[in-house]
Design a protein around this ligand. Structure first.
Ligand SMILES: Cc1cc2nc3c(=O)[nH]c(=O)nc-3n(C[C@H](O)[C@H](O)[C@H](O)COP(=O)(O)OP(=O)(O)OC[C@H]3O[C@@H](n4cnc5c(N)ncnc54)[C@H](O)[C@@H]3O)c2cc1C
Length: 378
């Protein structure tokens, strides 16, 4: 371990920040850790917000994680506003400065919001989920803009709550993320359960005298009681803008999460350099694995291998649970290992042009390590 490290600051109290703290302790770091978290809540499961938390009959506890054991000083409801890498100091919104020997940047991402005054719901934080849950409770008519995974999960929650729901997308829902075959399977399940899907070359949210509506490319307006927007996210990098650690506005980490001297990054905030290039991988298990590697790299520098992690994706919507190990999207039709995709229950495998594989379980009970083994070469 680098003996000079006595004070480590972690900016971001999401799963990447939490995992970094836990890993530092597991690796034997017994110095001071300070976590700065803009949200007032303890870390929670963000994926639960668009799944279990939208089930109106259920208790509001599905997102909770076990209490932290890392014994860091937690500054909650506090934001980092600046970074001086030369002086090794983080500035807070209170004006206070936190000196550090090592810094973990784990400030995640936030929902992209339309530029209108009228009320539009987005879903990124626990408070957003509570607001959305409350809005759905009266069975309003809902329109969701955005055909990605999050838009479809919101639509699924709204349909399950008994709402009439229209989803507006600029391509077949989730086809860009999952590929046509898998996206088609979910789309059929969604339509069978009552979702109305409108595809249009472009769409935006407009303000109609204080009420939001979705405007389609041909000028048609889709109006509803509740308008939700799920059109992507922005990495939370603004507080780093004067620090010199950004490249073209992006926080780029190497294969161990290092972005500079004594500074590492992990999770949704960071672009990582990996076998498939430099990219952001905004997935829960990727944030965990990146945070473990980055925390170790902060303590042990070169004595840590590059992260070698096959990404794991899952979604739950319209009574379908889909798990995928390996790269997405998936081109063409799969090999059916077991089951029947047309019956919404199958174990599937795709082999990519480079020989790598992605294994998918759709409504199929299989432990993740076993699903992972299906991606290994025969
Ligand atoms: C509704 C929803 C459902 C999802 N479902 C899935 C899923 O099914 N499967 C999957 O793999 N992934 C899913 N994801 C993605 C997954 O949740 C993220 O990849 C993961 O949470 C990223 O963790 P993170 O710690 O990097 O960032 P975040 O979870 O964004 O946490 C970062 C924290 O840092 C705080 N912060 C930001 N700026 C500052 C600052 N300047 N100072 C201090 N604190 C700051 C933020 O408030 C936030 O609390 C979902 C995401 C959402 C929003």
């Amino acid at each position: 371990m680098t003996t000079a490290l006595r004070r480590i600051v972690v900016v971001g109290n999401g799963i990447a920040g939490l995992t970094a703290c836990d890993t530092l302790r597991a690796e034997g770091f017994d110095g001071e850790i300070t976590v700065v978290g803009a949200e007032r809540h303890a870390p929670y499961s963000r994926p639960a917000l668009s799944k279990a938390l939208l089930k109106l009959g259920d208790e509001l506890g599905a997102h909770e994680l076990p209490p932290a054991t890392h014994e860091a000083m937690e500054l909650l409801g506090v934001s980092a506003t600046g970074l001086d890498v030369g002086a090794r100091r983080v500035t807070l919104d209170s004006g206070d400065e936190l000196p550090y020997d090592g810094l973990v940047i784990a400030s995640g991402a936030r929902a992209r919001r339309p530029d209108v005054e009228a009320p539009v719901l987005t879903l990124r934080e626990l408070d957003d989920a509570i607001a959305l849950r409350a809005a759905l409770s009266g069975c309003p008519e809902v329109v969701v803009l955005g055909g990605g995974v999050l838009g479809m999960e919101i639509a699924s929650g709204a349909v399950a709550a008994g709402c009439r729901v229209t989803l507006v997308a600029t391509a077949a829902p989730m086809s860009r993320q999952l590929g046509g075959f898998l996206a088609g399977m979910v789309e059929r399940a969604a339509i069978a359960r009552g979702l109305r899907i409108v595809t249009t070359p472009s769409a935006s949210i407009v303000d109609r005298g204080g009420r939001a509506a979705v405007a389609l490319a041909d000028g048609t307006l889709v109006e509803a009681d509740v308008v939700a927007s799920a059109t992507g996210d922005h990495a939370n990098v603004e507080w780093l803008s004067a620090s010199g650690v950004l490249s073209d506005g992006a926080l780029v980490a190497d294969g161990r999460g290092r972005v500079g001297d004594g500074v590492v990054a992990a999770g949704d905030v960071a672009h990582w350099r990996g076998a498939s290039g430099v990219r952001r991988i905004p997935l829960w298990t990727s944030a965990i694995e990146q945070a473990k590697t980055a925390a170790r790299a902060l303590l042990r520098e070169d004595d840590v291998p590059d992260l070698d992690f096959q990404s794991y994706f899952w979604t739950e919507q319209f009574d379908l649970a889909v798990k995928a190990v390996g790269d997405l999207p998936l081109v063409g039709a799969p090999e059916v290992i077991e089951g029947d995709p047309s019956a919404e229950s199958a174990l599937l495998r795709w082999t990519h042009a480079d020989g790598s594989r992605t294994a998918v379980a759709a409504n199929w009970r299989i432990p993740i390590p076993k699903l992972r083994r299906l991606t290994l070469a025969a």
